[in-house]
Design a protein around this ligand. Sequence first.
Ligand SMILES: Cc1cc2nc3c(=O)[nH]c(=O)nc-3n(C[C@H](O)[C@H](O)[C@H](O)COP(=O)(O)OP(=O)(O)OC[C@H]3O[C@@H](n4cnc5c(N)ncnc54)[C@H](O)[C@@H]3O)c2cc1C
Length: 534
Amino acid sequence: MAHRSTEVLVIGGGSTGAGVLRDVAMRGFSSLLVERGDLATGTTGRFHGLLHSGGRYVVKDPKAAEECIHENRVLRRIAADCIEDTGGLFVTTPIDDPAYAEPFVEGCRATNIPVEEVPVSEALRMEPRLNPMISRAFAVPDGSVDSWKTVWACARSAKEYGGEVLPYHEVVRLLMDGSTVAGAVVSDGAGEETEIHADFVINAAGAWAGQIAAMAGSEVAVLPGKGIMIAMNHRLVNRCVNRCTMPSDGDIIVPIRTVSVIGTTDTKVADPDDWEITDHEIQEMFDAGENLVPGFRRARALRVWGGVRPLYQETAAADTRDVTRAHALLDHQARDGVERFLTITGGKFVTFRLMAQDTVDAMCRQLGVDRPCRTDQEPLPDSEEHRFYQPGDRLAKREETIHDDQLICECELIPRGRLEAAMRQRQTTDLDDLRRTVRLGMGPCQGGFCMYRATGILHALNGMPGSQANQSLLSFLQERWKGVQPILHGDQLRQARLDDWIFQGLLDVEHLPASVMDDGDAAEAPSDTERATT
Ligand SMILES: Cc1cc2nc3c(=O)[nH]c(=O)nc-3n(C[C@H](O)[C@H](O)[C@H](O)COP(=O)(O)OP(=O)(O)OC[C@H]3O[C@@H](n4cnc5c(N)ncnc54)[C@H](O)[C@@H]3O)c2cc1C
């Protein structure tokens, strides 16, 4: 077994873990983050994309609201490149209790969230597709945020300070020295295990934090709260639109780049890795969309996906909507007598930096060192100019190279140069890793036109064996299919049929030799790939 050591080991590569790694590294500790998949493939890569103003929680959960607005301001300062400053509206729709508007406004004032009532006629001018039957509208500083960009920017920043990331390494057990956590054993999934010795271990495994804590003999009740979202292929709204009501299902539409996303549900599940999306939930989201934007159902639905909230409560609540969205830092020394071990869970994406700060402050106290946090001061890489992302940015960039760079992904305007740079930088054979890096295949064709091109480039650029490239393509198609199949109708069904003709009819992908080994070891594609292409 291989061995390595570090001062601080961070478990979990979502926003919380990446935020902790950056903070620890900036305070001068040697640090290593381990993640069982790629960065941001847990809940962080499967969320709604709302940079909360906190308005959603002002009545029910003021502590969470205060955390959100505080961090909303900080992220605008340090992570501008990851944010689109869309603004947000809270609107009273015909199914909402008009009386909620008063406590909502009072709650915003009490939690220091800027709020301004907008005349309904003005709100409808700002958002022409909004339900014309709304009776009140309030503007708040919501925005939309790109979680992959944010997490990778944190990782890059941490790296500049000496921090390291080890993706595709799963913690299989913790190393215990009596009651002290002394590191972890990680597996790379191919049978190779590494023992990592650490002076301090931070558990940032989100909805899986209970599983990690159990390895140290601590009981941590994390309730996985499943939520689903559907991406529509247009910006049906240009601001984040929220129903002015107590948090409920399907009450927010977030415009993200070229699409808008309706969400979300909140259902308690037993296992964060074992849940499914039901047709009932999908229909519920479409109905909710109709209430906010009449005609919503007639728009083209691109895909559906879900994630699990890491909701922490010492005593299990019956309904996950009743659990606070504020974060929980568990000091296992004080709580269960387990030394050199902290768990950080709960919270929101928008509060990840604050969660990291609280955690690393607690670690410093335990270690008896005084090293102040600076993550709220220093901008993340690419955000130094404090310029928010603008929807036209990609087009403007594309126009600079329009005559001398091939376009690989028409939907997301990705030129070949950009894709090749990402392939070199990520050193990955996984097309889904590249999807998260450059948004490859995320538009209306869901990879139909760009993926065979990208596979060919990956094959040529990295000298990758053909069978391995085929396997990467098949895995990608399978993954995309999971999100497309449950909502297929109308134009998206026609698109899926066309994609099927390309991949099955023209390329016969199902029968290409596909293997993770070399060409000589090419094996038949697994039979469930049929699902990916039919
Ligand atoms: C449907 C939905 C919508 C949401 N919308 C919003 C929103 O709009 N705005 C907002 O601010 N928040 C939102 N949230 C909340 C937010 O997404 C989460 O609070 C946040 O992303 C959690 O981040 P995390 O890093 O704590 O967890 P995760 O992102 O889940 O990271 C934990 C990581 O630990 C890894 N891991 C697990 N076990 C192991 C192991 N044994 N070894 C190594 N690694 C392991 C996992 O693979 C995972 O990547 C939403 C949540 C859901 C479910």
